[in-house]
Design a protein around this ligand. Structure first.
Ligand SMILES: Cc1cc2nc3c(=O)[nH]c(=O)nc-3n(C[C@H](O)[C@H](O)[C@H](O)COP(=O)(O)O)c2cc1C
Length: 225
């Protein structure tokens, strides 16, 4: 009997030691992980990706800019600013993008371009374009975007607007500039698009371009298209 009691006590001691070892491991697991690569959950002060609000609103939240396929976003852009705004409008409206590009591309040299643009304006030039909108009739709403060149639109933009029948269309202008906004271009456009309704446009300077995403969203919302 004493032999059995000794054996029992020995076994109890062994179990007790094993239990201590296990408690020690648990404490280690409780330490903050050294790297985030482990499987231990790491609390972060920021919402997780699934909880974070989407940066871009879903399509169902975007303003209704008419039937898909009825919106065209036509833009001229030499250095990319106006194209940036055009692409935001495209995402928000699901419209089609069309680049107003001259058949003979402009120089890459800014100073040379200043002279060329000034001369084209003095000549009321209508530079030939690289392409045209083949399915013009399908569009009800046409966004037209361009930079300010010498306080007006680039002459190629006039070539564009004068190439189509605007009866019953809605023209929505947008623009980028160093500081001059639309300049005198809106009255110039108005004369060129007989029969169109022209809505309030939006204009960005190089300084305000960073706010374009939220500004464009709010602007489109307010247009009531
Ligand atoms: C030929 C030329 C003329 C310009 N004239 C003006 C101007 O009169 N007023 C102004 O505020 N910005 C002027 N700018 C600056 C552009 O309007 C501005 O940089 C614009 O954001 C460029 O757009 P983009 O990157 O789409 O070409 C001129 C730029 C060029 C290249």
């Amino acid at each position: 009997m004493r032999k059995w009691t000794s054996l029992f006590l020995a076994l109890a001691a062994a179990f007790s030691l094993a239990a201590c070892g296990s408690a020690g491991d648990q404490e280690n697991i409780g330490q903050p992980p050294v790297s985030s690569g482990g499987s231990a959950p790491v609390e972060t002060p920021f919402p997780s990706e699934s909880e974070a609000p989407a940066v871009e609103p879903s399509k169902s939240e975007t303003p209704d800019a008419g039937d898909a396929g009825s919106v065209l976003i036509a833009y001229f852009s030499w250095s990319g600013n106006t194209e940036q705004v055009a692409r935001i409008i495209q995402q928000e409206t699901d419209g089609d993008l069309f680049e107003i590009a001259p058949a003979a591309p402009y120089t890459d040299d800014y100073n040379e371009l200043l002279d060329i643009a000034r001369q084209e304006q003095a000549d009321t030039a209508r530079p030939e374009l690289a392409g045209r909108v083949e399915n013009w009739d399908q569009y009800d709403t046409v966004f037209v975007g361009y930079p300010n060149w010498w306080s007006d639109a680039p002459m190629a933009v006039y070539t564009f607007v004068e190439s189509y029948d605007w009866s019953g269309k809605t023209l929505v202008p947008f623009n980028t500039s160093a500081s001059g906004g639309f300049g005198s271009s809106l009255s110039g456009l108005e004369e060129s698009v007989a029969g169109a309704s022209i809505l309030d446009g939006i204009s960005f300077t190089e300084r305000t371009l960073g706010d374009a995403q939220s500004e464009v969203t709010a602007w489109l919302d307010g247009l009531g298209l």
